[in-house]
Design a protein around this ligand. Structure first.
Ligand SMILES: Cc1cc2nc3c(=O)[nH]c(=O)nc-3n(C[C@H](O)[C@H](O)[C@H](O)COP(=O)(O)O)c2cc1C
Length: 193
């Protein structure tokens, strides 16, 4: 069995019926097969980031502190995002801003990451993913570049139990998680036996 890494999943949609949360659930189910324990770190409770929270005497809201602590504690972060208007949904950019400060000790600073996503459109969130890479580069996050997961969602592709109904898609997503595991071995290192 491969060693296990704890991965925080950040879903770029707060819709109750999000197909990206459905994809995140499917990946969570596949994870243990390749040594990844995936748990969602919700962004929905986060208020808008405002740098006034950083002023002397100010403090972070509890939801932000919890989000920051959970990102910091994870070995790596898997972003599962939708695409809004050919870019990153605002709720997700806001979440990234929350873990980007202070610059010298940011929870997302240097944290390994992987960006995937699904939409019903023909480019399967490709542009949102490309735009998301920009703040992640700025935060010195080592990003897994391949395989790119631009998943075109069709009804029934992932059922209510989080099972991927198409075998080829399931195999592809498992191999993507395997690649993320190898990426974490490279950037987090082997665990002590
Ligand atoms: C404001 C808005 C903008 C959207 N822009 C895009 C887009 O640029 N590309 C795309 O493929 N789908 C776009 N869509 C469709 C979404 O991909 C689709 O609603 C998807 O289900 C959203 O993901 P979610 O279910 O995880 O929230 C947009 C939807 C909304 C509501």
């Amino acid at each position: 069995m491969p060693e296990t890494f704890a991965v925080g999943t950040v879903v770029g949609s707060i819709s109750k019926t999000s197909i990206n949360r459905r994809l995140a659930l499917a990946l969570e189910k596949l994870g243990p097969e390749v040594g990844l324990e995936l748990r969602e770190i919700p962004i929905e409770p986060l208020p808008f980031y405002n740098r006034d929270y950083e002023e002397e005497g100010a403090s972070y809201p509890a939801a932000a502190t919890e989000f920051r602590e959970r990102i910091a504690a994870a070995d790596g972060i898997l972003f599962v995002t939708t695409e809004y208007n050919r870019s990153v949904p605002g709720v997700l950019k806001n979440a990234i801003d929350w873990v980007s400060r202070p610059k010298t000790d940011a929870p997302m600073g240097g944290k390994p990451s992987y960006v995937v996503g699904t939409s019903r459109g023909s480019i399967g969130t490709a542009l949102a993913q490309q735009h998301l890479r920009s703040p992640l580069f700025f935060l010195a996050s080592p990003q897994l570049a391949q395989p790119e997961v631009f998943l075109r969602y069709t009804d029934g592709l992932i059922n209510d139990e989080g099972e991927i109904t198409n075998e080829a898609t399931r195999d592809f997503l498992r191999s993507a998680l395997q690649a993320f595991h190898a990426h974490l071995v490279l950037h987090v290192g082997h665990r002590e036996a």
